[in-house]
Design a protein around this ligand. Structure first.
Ligand SMILES: Cc1cc2nc3c(=O)[nH]c(=O)nc-3n(C[C@H](O)[C@H](O)[C@H](O)COP(=O)(O)O)c2cc1C
Length: 215
């Protein structure tokens, strides 16, 4: 069983990259195969809102999105990480989130005319990593919510989220051992959920009822 880590920062070796790697290390320590992908090294264009994907579930833009989506849907666990850029996730992460949302969520029209969203996917688990420098926690939580929505679209229940403030330069996070340990634990919780623990109704890992969100 595999866990894929998707990094929204354009900086390889940056704070997000390191924390996502730590989550993957936590999952890997429990025998799960892991892979990391940097969105900044792929070509993923923004959604064009053409709705060609509405029935097929397949986006018509021919770029790296398709291969990455296949990898994510072939994984038991998905880790999404992004720094905050001006109040939300990076453009790289937002392009991925929008493309997933448009193509992977089905719109179902009832005979009453009511329109509902229906998830195409289920059965996975995920972790969110959201980081920023000086912005307040409420804004950072917004970043986490955007990525949580994407996990939901991919059929993954969020078992944990790692929120970290006061990170700026490449390497800053390496001076914060508590954050590194926090991310590693998130990976362990992800592994426990994948291995059958699941989550309770509050999104906490059933094998770790003391688990809490945030740092
Ligand atoms: C274009 C841009 C916009 C940013 N906007 C914010 C912001 O709104 N709030 C904040 O706290 N930090 C902001 N930052 C700082 C980054 O979130 C921070 O440097 C983070 O550690 C970068 O993550 P990385 O090391 O993974 O690339 C911004 C950085 C850039 C380059």
């Amino acid at each position: 069983m595999k866990v894929i880590g998707i990094v929204g920062s354009p900086r390889r070796g940056g704070n997000t990259d390191v924390l996502v790697e730590q989550v993957l290390a936590g999952a890997g320590a429990h025998g799960l195969e892991t892979e990391k992908v940097l969105l900044g090294e792929l070509e993923i264009a923004p959604c064009r809102a053409c709705y060609s994907c509405a029935d097929s579930g397949r986006c018509v833009i021919g770029d790296d999105f398709h291969a990455l989506l296949e990898k994510a849907l072939g994984s038991a666990g998905i880790v999404l990480g992004s720094p905050m850029y001006v109040g939300t996730v990076t453009a790289q992460m937002k392009a991925f989130v929008d493309r997933v949302d448009c193509s992977q969520v089905e719109l179902v029209r009832a005979s009453t005319g009511e329109v509902r969203f229906r998830r195409r996917h289920r059965g996975r688990f995920g972790v969110v990593v959201a980081i920023c420098d000086l912005s307040p926690l409420s804004e950072l939580r917004h970043c986490a919510r955007v990525m949580e929505a994407c996990l939901r679209d991919l059929g993954a229940d969020t078992v944990d989220e790692v929120l970290a403030q006061r990170l700026s330069d490449v390497g800053d996070v390496r001076k914060r051992p508590e954050l590194l340990a926090r991310a590693f634990r998130a990976g362990e919780r992800l592994a426990a959920a994948i291995r059958g623990g699941g989550t309770d109704e509050r999104g906490r890992c059933a094998e770790d009822p003391g688990a809490h969100r945030g740092v």
